[in-house]
Design a protein. Structure first.
Length: 326
């Protein structure tokens, strides 16, 4: 018989479905098409789309910075916010974040640290001045409240944010004409409209549509969170390989539309262009980090993730050193 803890973890896996993969689509594809430099038309289109995606977060700089930073010369951080938003989940300003990742970028050694922040982490939210799940912060005050919560938690500045919904991933895959992947097992999963068992995949190598790729990326029914993370990474690699192939150059126009229409950011086009230095360095180093903790419950019975305070301090110091903070 499964224990209460196992049942809790199973319910949690079924509930949390959206992708950390969304966070990588924008910077990787931006580096790809910008570094390719295949025409003034596409450059101008990119400038127009990303300029239209700009959304001021109400801050001139992070409260933890003495001065404003720029990717060309400074170590920076970018908070990627995946929101639980679709035609069926139209909550407007009350939308919760479904996944969070903080990227710190070191300009000297061209390295990036990527910290995954569990959406149910029980933390202090400055916007409401009490502790609750970190994914509630966006519903209370949008990107700004989420940024302030992450800064409160990690004690490092959040310089930029990129907010996306899961349509970005689907639309990019569809713009590329699908992505080839070796599906590990037969799968029935919801589609993006939350229709049960709408996606049916059989095992084997095949070309997946955006809906199918999203279903495979988000399922947890037949394996573990660890295997799910590996699957997401492999899907991302498949999308990136397809995006940089010669046959996909003609698709960049559609890719730009797919990303731009599903994204908001406080990065200007000029600041985004500065990220090319990381892609062109030839020695880009990635390190992925996670926040250790354990499952818990609030008094009302709601599930929470209680962070390990000792491990949290280790992560804080690591991020601070990477940003070369005083």
């Amino acid at each position: 018989m499964p224990s209460d803890r196992q049942r809790m973890q199973k319910r949690k896996r079924h509930k949390r479905r959206r992708r950390l993969m969304l966070f990588f689509i924008t910077p990787l594809l931006f580096l790809t098409f910008t570094a390719a430099g295949y025409g003034a038309f596409l450059y101008k289109k990119a400038e127009s789309i990303f300029t239209n995606s700009y959304a001021d977060d109400g801050r001139s700089k992070s409260a933890l910075r003495n001065a404003k930073v720029h990717p060309l010369k400074d170590n920076i951080s970018i908070l990627f916010i995946g929101i639980d938003e679709s035609e069926q989940r139209d909550f407007g300003d009350q939308t919760r974040s479904d996944a969070l990742m903080l990227a710190t970028l070191n300009a000297k050694d061209k390295s990036i640290k990527l910290l995954s922040i569990p959406r149910d982490s029980y933390v202090y939210v400055p916007e409401v001045e009490y502790k609750t799940k970190i994914n509630h912060a966006h519903a209370y005050g949008g990107a700004k409240a989420t940024i302030e919560t992450v800064e409160e938690l990690l004690e490092v500045p959040v310089d930029y944010y990129v907010r996306m919904n899961f349509y970005a991933f689907m639309d990019v895959v569809d713009a590329l004409g699908g992505v080839t992947y070796d599906v590990p097992y037969e799968l029935y999963e919801k589609n993006s409209k939350d229709a049960h068992n709408a996606i049916h995949l059989k095992p084997g190598k095949q070309t997946l549509s955006g809906e199918e790729a999203l279903a495979l990326a988000r399922t947890r029914k037949l394996d573990s969170d660890i295997e799910r993370g590996k699957r997401q990474q492999e899907l991302l690699k498949a999308v990136t390989r397809k995006a940089i192939s010669v046959n996909s150059i003609s698709k960049y126009d559609e890719i730009l539309e797919a990303v731009g229409s599903n994204m908001k950011t406080n990065m200007t086009f000029g600041e985004m262009k500065a990220l090319i230095k990381y892609g062109n360095s030839g020695k880009l180093k990635f390190e992925t980090l996670t926040l250790a903790g354990q499952d818990g419950r609030m008094e009302n019975g709601a599930y929470i993730y209680e962070l390990d305070e000792v491990e949290l301090e280790v992560i804080k110091r690591k991020l601070s050193r990477h940003l070369d903070l005083p």
